[in-house]
Design a protein around this ligand. Structure first.
Ligand SMILES: CC(=O)N[C@H]1[C@@H](OP(=O)(O)OP(=O)(O)OC[C@H]2O[C@@H](n3ccc(=O)[nH]c3=O)[C@H](O)[C@@H]2O)O[C@H](CO)[C@@H](O)[C@@H]1O
Length: 504
């Protein structure tokens, strides 16, 4: 362990010696923990981090004044669509995706290092359950979709295949996530194919460039953003692991979208057949202020302009047909080739510019009293996963249906949107739709058939409760044999047991 003298000397080099100001009064345990935390910070990197944070703060808040002039929509030839394409084309994409999965060339990578502050839980978001009849958590739904899509690819190609699941965690989420998976027997996945690794943490900094002490013995640290992925891939030799397994294509996604299609064969196949090295799934933006990034071009290269960085005027611009000019909403589902990830991690990562978030960061005052600030007092710097799009040789965006593929859990129940109730409703409405399409009918308490609306938006509660296990159906396929022409009372829970019972 580094001595106090060593740590002090390193902090002096970084201009951050104040972090030791309570060190002398700490008991041996907390003192050792603080020294260990500080000893791990590389002095030059820390100095640069604090300098950058203070410099960023000197700029006026909001989007750069010239950004609007540098923005263009993505050229149409870079954009594919799952819903507005020839069905035969879609079938070919799907076929190609399944082929790559069956060849064990596809992995999924979950970004799960975030703190879920808006949702207001103290545990990782993936452990949240939104109140489905099955009480499944987001992690369980994802694990089961992996198993089902492996099974579908295997059946088509007469083989057994594996989609490794890489999970990027942070200091906040690694322990509880690992414990959760272990306690649930990895949801019946082979633990060798679930690979957790940790992203780096960075100190929060005051507006004048001083790292913040959160407690006398603890620096205020935060994960380095989901773009911390690229350092974390190098830190933990993840690309080498992928190489050993023969993985060529990686589907990277964020934890909170209850409808996420892991390793979606249609998306993978589209990207592969287009020869893309980098791709993003998008949905049409619902309204100008929707908190999703927009996929577009800045200075002629593909980029996402984050919702926090676009001006309201630009977000509201409309094209000649009346639709939003910047309407490709990023849903944080990305496709990368392993070669591209390799190139980014080894060459381009240092070029990624951190984004600045001004936050209320709890701290200790000069007397050592804990303070919960009422207005923002600090800066957190984060890299964003999509900032690598600019380095792509062949970038594509792929538009999918919001109803089928995007309902994120961002907020606590008190918020109007993207909360536990809206995500639960989106999933149950989807399953109800799938059941009707497969020929099921639902009955009311008196045994009369419930009306079957021709279309059902995910924002409306379905007339009957129907939950279909991802182990039974990944995207609505294969349900006719259980449901066609049959009548059900609500709730219908179509899990594997029920499916066996209904099998003709
Ligand atoms: C930077 C980014 O991708 N922004 C996207 C993200 O916004 P949004 O602001 O919702 O992003 P979140 O903070 O939820 O993070 C997205 C994902 O990254 C993970 N995470 C976050 C921080 C971190 O240090 N480590 C980490 O792994 C989170 O656990 C989550 O799985 O999702 C929206 C769709 O839902 C998109 O429209 C936004 O463009």
């Amino acid at each position: 362990m580094a001595s106090e003298r060593d740590v002090r000397a390193r902090l002096q080099r970084a201009g951050q010696e104040h972090l030791l100001r309570f060190c002398a009064e700490l008991a041996p345990g907390p003192r050792a923990a603080l020294l260990a935390e500080l000893g791990a910070l590389e002095p030059e990197a820390l100095r640069e981090h604090c300098r950058r944070a203070a410099a960023a703060c000197a700029h006026p808040p909001g989007p750069p004044p010239d950004l609007a002039a540098r923005l263009r929509p993505l050229p149409p030839e870079c954009v594919g669509s799952a819903s507005r394409c020839d069905p035969e084309m879609r079938r070919l994409w799907e076929e190609e995706g399944f082929r790559q999965i069956a060849l064990n060339k596809v992995a999924v990578l979950l970004l799960a290092g975030g703190q879920g502050t808006r949702l207001g839980v103290t545990y990782p978001k993936g452990m949240y359950q939104v109140g489905l009849p099955s009480q499944k958590t987001l992690y369980q739904l994802q694990a089961e979709r992996i198993q089902r899509v492996e099974q579908l690819a295997g059946q088509r190609h007469g083989t057994r295949c594996t989609i490794p699941w890489y999970i990027m965690t942070s200091e906040f989420t690694l322990g509880p996530t690992a414990k959760f998976f272990k306690e649930r027997d990895f949801f019946h996945l082979d633990p060798n194919n679930v690979i957790m690794f940790e992203q780096r943490m960075l100190p929060a900094v005051t507006f004048d460039g001083r790292a913040i002490l959160e407690q006398k013995d603890k620096v205020a640290m935060a994960p380095d953003g989901n773009g911390g992925l690229y350092c974390a891939l190098s830190d933990h030799q993840i690309l080498e692991d992928m190489g050993r397994r023969g993985v060529e294509f990686v589907h990277v996604y964020c934890v909170d979208n209850i409808l996420v299609r892991l390793a979606d064969p249609v998306f993978i196949g589209f990207c592969v057949l287009r020869g893309a090295d980098c791709g993003a799934k998008v949905v049409e933006k619902a309204y100008p202020e929707e908190p999703v990034g927009v996929v577009c071009q800045v200075d002629g290269v593909p980029q996402v302009v984050e919702y926090s960085e676009i001006s309201p005027e630009t977000a509201q611009l409309r094209g000649p047909d009346g639709s939003l000019l910047y309407n490709l909403g990023n849903i944080c589902n990305h496709f990368f080739t392993r070669d591209f990830l390799q190139m980014v991690s080894s060459e381009f990562e240092p070029l990624l510019k951190p984004h600045v978030a001004v936050k209320k960061v709890p701290y200790v005052d000069e007397e050592g009293n804990p303070v919960k600030p009422i207005k923002p007092n600090g800066i957190k710097m984060e890299k964003f996963v999509f900032d690598v799009f600019q380095f792509a040789k062949s970038f594509v965006a792929f538009e999918v249906s919001r109803e089928e593929e995007f309902s994120p859990l961002k907020n606590a129940a008190s918020a109007a949107r993207d909360n536990p109730a809206t995500t639960r409703c989106a999933l149950l409405t989807q399953h109800y739709r799938w059941a009707l399409q497969a020929g099921a009918h639902f009955l009311d308490a008196c045994g009369a058939r419930l009306p079957e609306p021709p279309s059902l938006p995910g924002s409306r509660e379905p007339p009957a409760i129907c939950e279909i296990s991802p182990l039974v159906s990944y995207s609505g396929e294969g349900l006719e044999k259980y449901l066609r022409g049959r009548e059900f009372w609500s709730p219908l829970i179509l899990d594997e047991n029920q499916a066996r019972a209904l099998q003709p």
